[in-house]
Ligand binder design. Sequence first.
Ligand code: MN
Length: 285
Amino acid sequence: MNLKAKLSALALGMMLLAPQAMSQDAYGFFRGEAFPPPRPTPAAWLLELHKADELLASNIAVATFLPNTRLAWHNHPGGQILIVTDGVGYYQEKGRTKQILRVGDVVRCAPGVEHWHGAAVESGFTYVAISPTQKGATVWAQPVTDDEYRSAASDRRTAPRARKAGSAMRVELAKADDVFPFNVVSATFAPGKRLDWHKDAGGQILIFTAGSGYYQERGQPKQLLRRGDVVKSSPGVERWHGAAAEIGASHIAITPVNAARTQWLDEVTDNEYGVAAVVPQKKAE
Ligand code: MN
C-alpha cells in the first residue's frame, strides 16, 4: 500500500471509529455555509479557514460538494491551489481534457485560466483551496453543460512523493513561486511523535486534517487540536506541534516564504509533551 492509500485508510478508519463526529461532518471538516452564488446544485458548502491578512495574503477555505455538483466556469485573477482531502472530483481547463482528482491530488490553477471543478457523478468531494486575493476575486462565467460535465476524463495522478523527515512523513504539496509565495506541505505523525521546538521568520498556518495533535507556543498551555482545527503562528514565535500520545495526526502546513528557513531549537522534553492539553474554544459553527 502506498502512502496515499495508507493516509486514505487512516482517514477512513478514523471516520468509522468516530460516529459522533461523522454525524456532524461526513467529509472531514465542518461544512460551513452554502456555497455563494452562482450557487451550485444539488449542493456545495464553503468553510472559511483563513481570511487574507498580513500573515498570508490568501484566503483559505474548505469546499464540500455533494455528488454530481459542479461549479460554473470561472477564473482566479491571482490563481488558486486546490488540495483534495476527500472523495473524487473533476477539474477541467478550457480546451483541455477533464481530469479526475483524488485524495492527495494538488492543482495549481494559473492566474486568469478559465476552468471548473466539482464532485464526480457518484462521489462527494472535498478540497482545501488557497486563493491569493491581491489581484481580485473569482470571475464567474457560463455554467458547465451536462455534455462538458460528462466528457471523457483522464487521471490527474499528481501523486506527490512522501519522505521521512525527522519525526514525520512529509509530502511537499506546493513549492513557493512568484504566483504562490508560500510552501505547502502535509505532515503525518505516528502517535507520540512530535517536532522539536522551532520558529519561522514568516510565521505559519496549520490545518489539521486527520487524527488529534498537540500545538504549543513557548510559555503558553499545550493545546489539543483535532481534524478541521486551524492554528496561526505569528512570525518568530517559538512552538512545537505533533501527534497526540495515543492517536496519529496529519496537518497541512502553509509557510510564507522568507529569506530565513525554519530555525530548529531544543527538543520537546517528555515532561513538556506529557502535560495536560487544553481544548481551544471554538467559534460557534
Ligand atoms: Mn477554481
